[in-house]
Design a protein. Structure first.
Length: 379
């Protein structure tokens, strides 16, 4: 009897240990979706899933890969986003995991159709987190999702999946997480700014052949959860000077079309002051930031003049960006949002009476102060 009891206990222990592994799946037998692309064509949602092998996702020690990481892009179509996503299961051959999605890429057509028409399917689906980066694009989505990284690295080492390092070196349009974008989209009086991805076809060469690489080329603008249009990088030059996340960004300083030098500006401090908020609000922007002189052209060495001209250039760029976005019915400087935060009762009354409008003269004044703290290594 004692021997039988011992045997029974041993078998029970074995069963208890092994039952937890019965439904496990090896990592190499799973398809990992790393990017979700959303398009809308001919009254149908089109979903693109970027998929790569587990070896491409995992960090590997040792020498550089000799061949580019293999990327597969699947396409599903349906009347709703969820139906389109389910279409990918038909030919996936293996189980699909969505919890590794780090990028959501939406076409201009999908956004024009209405962001709210597909956001519910993403938020409601528990596998897709709210932390991926989100971008818009006016290019075919497969062209973006199949763009290669440098040195045969994983596509996770591209701007679409890892935009922070590039942004810290040259800050123009701030990368945005999906949850932050949703918050901006639903926040009253705020314009949501969605960075726009494209492919630069010939800036980099490999063995004398051009290799297209991703870049951010402007932004898509949404206000009151409606698509307003897009602005190019040149039209958004002034946005960087009112964005607190700006780490550093170069500014060419000229005088009557004569190049004088380049200053690198960083960490802007921005305040919006509202005057006459109860009837016809006027806004004053106060911008302060530090800068470094990184290049002087010719024999020019007047630091005081360089500082004054840099401040005037920043003012001009900010006002131009404001007027460009105003023409689309958007407000990238978030002036109305300042009224909403600081004078909510006035904002609510004016919007309720449909008397709140932004005009060119709504931006009354732009005060800019640049503190040049370093002039670089002198000859």
């Amino acid at each position: 009897m004692k021997a039988a009891c011992k045997l029974g206990i041993a078998l029970l222990g074995i069963i208890t240990i092994t039952t937890g592994c019965w439904d496990s799946t090896s990592v190499e037998k799973i398809n990992y979706i790393t990017a979700l692309g959303i398009d809308y064509q001919k009254s149908k949602f089109i979903v693109y899933g970027q998929m790569m092998s587990f070896g491409s996702i995992a960090k590997q020690e040792g020498t550089q890969a000799r061949t580019p990481a293999t990327v597969w892009v699947g396409k599903g179509e349906g009347d709703t986003l969820n139906i389109a996503m389910n279409e990918l299961y038909s030919t996936a051959q293996r189980k699909i995991i969505w919890s590794h999605v780090t990028t959501i890429l939406t076409s201009e057509e999908a956004i024009r159709h209405g962001f709210s028409t597909f956001v519910d399917a993403i938020v409601r689906f528990r596998e897709v987190r709210l932390t991926p980066w989100v971008f818009g694009t006016r290019m075919p989505i497969p062209d973006i999702l199949t763009s290669e990284a440098f040195f045969n690295l994983s596509p996770l080492e591209t701007i679409s999946h890892s935009p922070e390092a590039s942004y810290k070196q040259k800050s123009f349009i701030t990368p945005i997480k999906y949850m932050t974008f949703l918050a901006d989209l639903k926040e009253p009086a705020k314009t949501a700014i969605l960075p726009m991805l494209t492919i630069n076809p010939d800036q980099w060469y490999k063995l004398k052949s051009p290799h297209g690489k991703m870049e951010i080329d402007g932004a898509l603008l949404l206000s009151e959860q409606k698509y307003k249009g897009h602005l190019s990088m040149g039209e958004l030059d002034g946005l960087r000077w009112v964005t607190r996340q700006t780490n550093r960004s170069p500014l060419l300083v000229t005088d009557r079309n004569k190049k004088l030098g380049v200053v690198s500006l960083e960490n802007p401090s921005v305040q919006v002051r509202v005057s006459d908020p109860s009837s016809h609000p006027r806004y004053t922007l106060q911008i302060s930031m530090k800068g470094n002189i990184v290049e002087m052209v010719g024999n020019f060495n007047d630091e005081a003049m360089l500082k004054r001209l840099a401040e005037e250039t920043v003012k001009k760029e900010v006002r131009t960006t404001f007027e460009k976005s105003l023409a689309l019915g958007a407000d990238v400087l978030q002036l109305e949002y300042a009224l909403y935060l600081d004078h909510y009762k006035d904002w609510k009354r004016l919007t309720g009476a449909k008397q709140l409008t932004l005009e060119k003269d709504s931006l009354a004044e732009i005060d800019v102060n640049i503190d040049l703290i370093h002039s670089g290594m002198l000859r």
